[in-house]
Design a protein around this ligand. Structure first.
Ligand code: G6P
Length: 588
């Protein structure tokens, strides 16, 4: 987690760093810091809170210097304090470092360094890197050599950038299992954890691979392997539309992204027929199929599992990426892994991909970020094309994943279940018309502390996604569960006024689900019906537009996204940046 941007420029760098840092704030936002080199010293400003707070209180964009680094943190080692915020500097202020990842052997390194007299001022794993660099720099006085030496003993994940007081025109970056990308501008160079950080300045990027080290100076950039030999790298042209990350007139990115769905779902339907055919062929010919993902992406994988199972009669597992170890022994060279991810950088997921590859599996990715590690490490890729998703909770990326999952299932079966993109977009727009009604429900229920979401069959994934959104955005306890399981325990929790969201479709187990809703109502529950068909058991009713079976889950989840959003705003939470969370979970 954590967002990084650093730059070497011919002009004052701080304003550019702050603008870029705001764009990677989705990666963590509990504290932030900036360091620049000016007049022979490393100037450092950092504190707890958001980038905007740092700018307001410490005027960071007025810091002087043409070389600098900035960081926004998601705490792993050490609490949310000013001392633990990055950048971290060495004992004598010669070296400053920012880091994303986890140094697993930091305690051992810390003890060794402390014995040598290094004084630590934070509880972070990152600070050991600053002291290791100081040691190494003391010997060679060369930034590149010092960095190559300092990263040698590190075990774990890192994307790090280093600045040396006595080399005011140099930045060095290194990566291992965490993204670090060089942005190549005309008069400036960047190192960042996401291209979004520098896309407004340049659309040319160089993606570092694991164990590569980059040196940036006013003269240009060079990339080296761990032995110090130069590596030739390809410059990639990025899509400029990535820079379109404004909120427009919406109060929050999350609301804007929910409203983008008519367009983004339709865009997800535009896939190259050859790519879909290749996915379908691989799945059909596979000895076994494993779908894997985390968070909301996992719920999209569950929906594909259901379609492959019911429609294509293909038995497959949907496995949480973080639990992949439990399934690794089933994977062999005849296995096809279909991996869902918005960011393509989720650490658990990349670990699962690595494990799958070791066993010879073919990896197919459904991903939004085209330049991500997942996209680059897969045998086949289908892109979501939903544009940057800024809100930490997945919304438009989820519905795009469901749609791409549908296209994959359709290609496997050889049947088009989704139909015309314009028609689907119109149905999604219609689903968004529930906004007013949902807002009223949110106003009424915003004081309740426990919510249940029930559904049958494949809709269970929709129930889970609805509950996850509510937890993430409103911070209320929510559980998604199969309606059939209620009487095996959860009914004991139902009291007068407990809100239960019932997702029921007239063509899929409607009467059984309604019976369950009645059992709940008899025990005092307040039923919120998400359905294409009204029923007297619903105290609140949100109508789902008519659509093809495979499109219906997309339409059902939209009111649930809106419910979570309006509950969050009722409760005065920031829906774009929920507490304790980060959008791209790059630690395991
Ligand atoms: C985080 C995000 C979720 C997302 C999950 C998986 O928890 O907050 O919205 O669903 O990571 O991320 P991915 O980028 O792999 O889809």
């Amino acid at each position: 987690m954590c967002g990084i941007i650093a730059g070497v420029s011919a002009e004052e760098i701080a304003p550019t760093l702050i603008e870029g840092l705001k764009r990677v704030e989705y990666r963590g936002y509990d504290s932030a810091g900036v360091a620049t080199i000016h007049d022979g010293v490393i100037e450092l400003r950092k504190d707890v809170g958001r980038v905007g707070d740092l700018e307001r209180l410490q005027k960071v964009s007025e810091m002087q210097g043409e070389v600098g680094m900035a960081h926004t943190r998601w705490a792993t080692h050490g609490g949310v304090t000013k001392e633990n915020a990055h950048p971290h500097v060495s004992c004598h202020g010669e070296v400053a470092v920012i880091h994303n990842g986890i140094i697993e052997n930091y305690l051992e390194l810390k003890q060794r360094l402390a014995k040598k007299g290094h004084v630590f001022t934070s509880e972070t794993d990152t600070e050991v890197i600053a002291h290791l660099l100081e040691e190494a720099y003391g010997q060679s006085k060369d930034p590149l050599e010092a960095t190559l030496k300092a990263i040698k003993p590190l075990v774990g994940q890192y994307a790090l950038v280093v600045m040396f007081r006595d080399h005011p025109g140099t930045l060095v970056g290194a990566r291992n299992d965490a993204p670090l990308i060089i942005g190549v501008g005309k008069k400036e160079l960047f190192l960042a954890s996401d291209v979004l950080a520098f896309i407004s300045r340049t659309d040319l990027a160089v993606f570092l691979e694991n164990k590569e080290v980059a040196e940036l100076t006013h003269r240009g950039y060079k990339v080296f392997n761990t032995r110090g030999a130069e590596v030739k790298k390809k410059v990639i042209q990025l899509a400029w539309e990535l820079s379109d990350v404004s909120k427009l007139d919406y109060a929050h990115y999350t609301l804007k992204e929910i409203h983008e769905q008519p367009e983004t779902v339709a865009r997800a339907m535009v896939q190259r027929p050859e790519s879909l055919a290749a996915f379908a062929e691989a799945i059909r010919d596979a000895g076994s199929v494993i779908l894997t993902a985390s968070g909301s992406s996992y719920h999209a994988a569950l929906l594909l599992r259901s379609r492959l199972s019911k429609d294509a009669k293909i038995r497959c597992d949907a496995v949480l990426a973080g639990e992949f170890d439990e399934h690794e022994h089933f994977v062999d060279k005849d296995t096809v892994m279909v991996v869902f991810s918005q960011s393509g950088e989720t650490a658990d997921l990349l670990n699962a991909v690595k494990a799958g590859r070791r066993s010879g599996a073919k990896v197919l990715a459904v991903v939004n970020a085209a330049g991500s590690s997942l996209a680059r490490e897969s045998d086949g890729v289908l892109l979501l094309n939903c544009g940057p998703e800024v809100g930490v909770a997945a919304t438009k990326s989820f519905t795009s994943q469901v749609m791409v999952g549908n296209l994959i299932a359709d290609a496997v079966v050889g049947r088009d279940t989704v139909g015309d993109a314009r028609k689907v977009a119109a149905q999604v727009s219609q689903a968004l018309e529930s906004e007013k009604a949902i807002r009223k429900v949110a106003e009424e229920l915003s004081g309740r502390t426990d919510f249940y979401f029930i559904a049958r069959g494949s809709r269970y994934a929709v129930a889970q996604e609805g509950a996850l959104k509510l937890k993430e955005l409103a911070y209320v306890h929510a559980e998604g569960m199969p309606a059939s399981e209620l009487k095996h325990g959860t009914l004991a929790l139902i009291e007068k006024g407990t809100p239960v969201v019932v997702i029921a479709h007239s063509r899929d187990g409607f009467s059984n689900t309604i019976s369950n809703a009645m059992e709940l109502q008899a025990r005092g529950a307040e039923i919120i019906g998400i359905s294409d068909k009204e029923d007297p058991v619903f105290k609140h009713f949100i109508r789902v537009p008519q659509a093809a079976d495979s499109v219906v889950p997309i339409l059902e989840v939209i009111p649930l996204q809106l419910l979570a959003y309006f509950m969050a705003t009722e409760l005065k939470n920031d829906p774009d940046y929920p507490r304790n969370l980060a959008k791209s979970v790059t630690v395991r």
